[in-house]
Design a protein around this ligand. Structure first.
Ligand code: NCD
Length: 311
């Protein structure tokens, strides 16, 4: 099928302008009311495919819930590496060409950087990137930014610490690109030495004039930020167990660290956590990560709505 330029693909976070973000946040707010009212039927008869080549709980289920809340239906495979024809040697491009004939929208998570762009190049329906290897995770970054806006009242002027695996963690790449749309943002990139924020992200931030600092010292920074964005060390992406061991366990958000943070600061995490936020933190009102995961539903409803309307 011919590629249509007008399709609303979400491939990376750089594609969003400030005004588009503001529109999306307003649409997500409206979706909160839709959910409270029990959902609606605006996309009845439309079909969304979820094609996941990597593990997922929140991203896939919130997309599926979002489509159901809007009256649509979902088909898909949650273990596409084994249960789709990829295992028989089918190319990603052929798989996408086929799915284009079966559904109105594709949500895809893949192991390779750039896979969503490859899919979009041959797709006749919108493609939403639900994570491409160590590349990007734009819909996560959108829900992260939406959460910050809700919790902190806006994004201009904020200081944000991104902590943990900044090399393989795709969410921090996309979140950096989103934050570059806002004024006077200051980012602290805090990581073990072997998993720093990639040069490509720093170049982009330099181009956009965003202030950032790289450091390994979380304790020194914790007391001055509005948002502490903790991440999991991406064990599955390390070249060797030794490299993983070098990065693991260095930054734990616990009650002691929380005591250094400001009263009005928040803690975010894309989840799943693997020990880097102690459970004792959950009861602290500044622990916003479960509210953040809930916001994923509203953002994804707004994205699905936008993609299906543009078609
Ligand atoms: C993240 C991901 O898949 O990149 N999870 C998510 O989508 N919420 C983060 C992670 O796996 O650590």
């Amino acid at each position: 099928m011919a590629v249509q330029d007008k399709l609303y693909h979400v491939l990376g976070a750089k594609q969003f302008s400030r005004s588009e973000l503001e529109e999306l946040f307003a649409a997500s707010r409206a979706m909160e009311d839709v959910v409270r009212a029990g959902g609606d039927r605006r996309h009845a008869g439309r079909i969304m495919t979820t094609l996941f080549f990597e593990a997922s709980t929140r991203t896939r289920l919130s997309f599926e819930s979002a489509m159901n809340r809007l009256g649509g239906s979902v088909i898909g495979t949650e273990n596409a590496a084994q249960f789709s024809s990829a295992i028989k040697g089918e190319t990603l491009e052929d798989t996408i060409r086929i799915i284009t004939g079966y559904s109105d929208l594709i949500v895809m998570r893949h192991t390779e950087i750039g896979a969503a762009k490859r899919a979009a190049a041959v797709s006749g329906v919108p493609v939403l990137n639900a994570g491409d290897g160590a590349g990007e995770h734009p819909t996560q970054a959108l829900l992260d930014a939406y959460t910050i806006q809700k919790e902190c009242g806006g994004l201009d002027g904020l200081s944000i610490a991104m902590v943990g695996d900044l090399a393989y963690g795709r969410t921090v790449h996309s979140l950096s690109y989103i934050l570059a749309n806002f004024k006077d943002v200051k980012i602290y990139y805090i990581s073990p030495e072997n998993v720093p924020i990639p040069p490509s992200v720093k170049h982009y931030m330099d181009d956009k004039g965003v202030r950032y600092e790289e450091t390994t010292d979380l304790n020194a920074v914790a007391g001055s930020v509005d948002v502490l964005y903790q991440t999991r060390i991406q064990k599955e992406r390390f070249p060797s167990p030794e490299e993983y061991d070098k990065a693991a366990g260095q930054y734990i958000v616990d009650a002691e660290l929380m005591s250094r943070m400001r009263r009005d600061a928040i803690v975010l995490h894309p989840l799943p956590r693997a020990g880097e936020i102690a459970e004792e933190v959950d009861a602290d009102p500044r622990a916003a990560y479960f509210r953040q995961a809930q916001n994923g539903l509203y953002i994804r409803m707004a994205l699905i709505d936008r993609a299906l309307q543009a078609e």
